[in-house]
Ligand binder design. Structure first.
Ligand SMILES: [Zn+2]
Length: 253
C-alpha cells in the first residue's frame, strides 16, 4: 500500500503560496480521473489502517485545509463532476469568517472561509469534514490550558453543527508535541500532518503523511500517483522540502 493523500488549501486566482487556480485544479482532477485512481474518503483510509475494511488498488484521498469558501465555489463542483470524495478540515471557531487567526503569517492574504450552510451542503454531496482546531494555533506552542478548546471543543462545535460524529483532525502547520498528540489520539480516529509521503500499512492513523499539491501539480505527475515511480519522486522531493522549510520558514499550512 502506498496511498497519496493530496493536500490542498485555497482554489482561487490569488498568487498566494496556498492557492491553486480553478483552472489548474480542473486539469489536475481530469488527470486524476484519467489515471484510473480510486478516490476514497480519508475516513475509509483511516478505518482500513485500523483493520476495518479493504481498500481498492490505486487509492488516493484528497484533503483541503482551513475550509476556504473558494473550496466550496471552485473545487466542490469539479469534485462532483468526477464523483470524487474529499475531506475538508475546517477551523471550528472561524467558519463564515476570514482566515485572520492570530498565528496567520503576514504574507498570506485574508480570505473568506465557508459558513455552516455551505459545509452542510457539501456534506450532503459526499464531502467529509474534519476539525482543524478552534483558532488554528501551532499546537506545539499552545499552553496546555488551551489545548482542550483547540482539540476537544472544536470537535464538539462541529458535531453540534453537523449532527454527527467528527473523527478526523488535521494539525495546523503540521505541528504537535506529546501532550497535544496524546489529546488528539484520545479524541479522534485519524489525524493528518504535513509530512511529505504516502500512507503505507506502517503509517500511524494519528500522524498521516500527505502530499502537498505544490509537489505534484503538473498533470503529468498527477497521472502517475499510484506507481512505484511516485514514491521515488517523493524520496527526491523530501530533502528539498525540508531545506525549503528551514531556509524560507514556509509555514502556512
Ligand atoms: Zn490550516
Amino acid at each position: 500500500m502506498a496511498i497519496p493523500i493530496l493536500s490542498y488549501h485555497a482554489i482561487d486566482e490569488q498568487r498566494s503560496p496556498i492557492s491553486v487556480t480553478p483552472d489548474a485544479f480542473r486539469r489536475q482532477m481530469q488527470a486524476l480521473s484519467e489515471s484510473r485512481c480510486n478516490v476514497i474518503t480519508l475516513g475509509r483510509l483511516v478505518n482500513a489502517l485500523r483493520g476495518d475494511g479493504e481498500l481498492p488498488d490505486r487509492s488516493v484521498a484528497i484533503t483541503f485545509d482551513d475550509g476556504f469558501e473558494s473550496t466550496y465555489k471552485h473545487a466542490f463542483p469539479v469534485l462532483q463532476s468526477h464523483g470524487f470524495a474529499a475531506t475538508v478540515f475546517a477551523v471550528a471557531g472561524y467558519c463564515g469568517k476570514l482566515n485572520d487567526w492570530p498565528s496567520q503569517p503576514a504574507g498570506i492574504p485574508r480570505m473568506q472561509l465557508m459558513d455552516w450552510p455551505q459545509i452542510a451542503e457539501m456534506e450532503r454531496h459526499g464531502i467529509e469534514f474534519g476539525a482543524h482546531t478552534y483558532t488554528h494555533p501551532r499546537l506545539d506552542r499552545t499552553p496546555a490550558s488551551d489545548l482542550e478548546r483547540e482539540i476537544v471543543h472544536s470537535k464538539h462545535v462541529m458535531e453540534d453543527k453537523l449532527g454527527h460524529a467528527v473523527d478526523l483532525f488535521a494539525y495546523p502547520y503540521g505541528r504537535f508535541n506529546t501532550i497535544s498528540a496524546d489529546m488528539v489520539g484520545a479524541t479522534y480516529a485519524g489525524a493528518c500532518t504535513t509530512r511529505l509521503g504516502t500512507v503505507t500499512e506502517a503509517s500511524d492513523p494519528l500522524a498521516l503523511e500527505r502530499v502537498e499539491i505544490l509537489y505534484v501539480q503538473h498533470p503529468r505527475v498527477m497521472r502517475h500517483l499510484s506507481g512505484r515511480a511516485f514514491s521515488w519522486y517523493l524520496d527526491i522531493r523530501r530533502p528539498i522540502r525540508s531545506l525549503a522549510s528551514a531556509v524560507l520558514r514556509r509555514e502556512w499550512e
